[in-house]
Design a protein around this ligand. Sequence first.
Ligand code: ZN
Length: 463
Amino acid sequence: MAAAQAFLDEIHEDLPVQVNDHNAYTLGSIGKHHVVIACLPYGEYGIAPATAVATQLLSSFPSIKLGLMVGLGGGVPREEAGIRLGDVVVSKPTSIHGGVIQYDLGKALTGGEFQRTGMLNRPPQILLTAMSKLQANHLIGRKRFVRLLAELEHKLSAQARGTFARPSQEDRLYAADYDHVPTGLSSKPCEACDVDRCVSRADRSDSVPVVHYGLIASADQVVRDSRLRDRLGQELGVYCVEMEAAGLMNNYPCLVIRGVCDYADSHKNKDWQGYAAATAAAYAKELLLVTSVSHVDQIRTVRDTLSSDLLGAAAVPSPRPSRSTTPVAIDHSDLGGVYLGTIRGAEIIPRLIQNPEYWRAEINTLLTQLLAIHPQWWVEARPKTAEMMNAFFARNRLTFRVNIVQRKTPRPNYSGHNRQYLNSLFHHNMGWINGWENAGVPEINMGILNLWAILEFLDRDVE
Ligand SMILES: [Zn+2]
């Protein structure tokens, strides 16, 4: 929190908060944005406290539009990424994942396989746009956050400067099979560890932090294990592991920014924490400075985003509608679109895995029903797409992706309700425009989570 505070352009007076809100806040501004900084209570970490902080924040500040989760993470050294201490990792979605993977949510399958079921949605478009802007700026050498870090040094007292300055301790990455050698409490970290067991890496030409864009693994446990770390890197392609992001609701419009303070191995220590916190906070500030205030004004509040999702869940008929009930029964007039509930993949997916025939049938039903609701959509049936979907599903055993594109012969004047439906898809983080086909027809990628939501709906019919 101290690192984030140091980057406020102005600090504002405190405002009254709800009685049951136990967060500590600092209010202020960065550029033209009003900012509320909240942090986890001292000594607490992990998913549940993060959820509590986020929930209480919204109860006291209902107009919040966007979230940035800024903090520390353990770097996952992968050759192509060349991650170093003090670098910044920003959650960037792939075509499959929303940016953060909650890797410990799921269940162990026989044979040691672990099936992951948790995942956060894509960050909101407005932050993705700002992120691409920064990526482009940084490519041509305009790294404002580096300047912000330098400016910070002048702003701070000598003591605070020490906390956030780049440490003199060497950035050592030990071989994954070399465990930490414990020493007495008074000695320096890794004093007894063998420097010769460090991985040799090419020197960087300068000490400027590098920003890595990619997936982040989040879980409720501290990772102090180079083998687990490397497995996560290999299996999920993550750049960093952390402990809070998965505490946010799936639809919380948020970007995760982590400063790399260790390598999530047994050598993990606190030496680089202050500096890594500062680099992440500096990046967050640079990001806000390129985020358009007028766009932020136009988007919905976080509360609206989350509560209309709850509304959607409430609209799902219960208890147990008959098999013949189709999603058409959902009253979606209030939402201007269709929302089919929230995910509970953990309940559905194991069943799907136990019985592949079952899920195949379910997905067919789902697609049929989708088409019944919106006959203007049809399902991409190219063999390549199907192949990719199947391969992915088989590999990850937890998600399914479907491309839905508008029919090649679109209704004339794509507008009105269709337009609304499209918008609501985005607003609910249910899908996004993948690109534009010929003749200005948008190709939509429907979010995995959305599909889960629909599967859950279908699941209610079973038994
Ligand atoms: Zn060590």
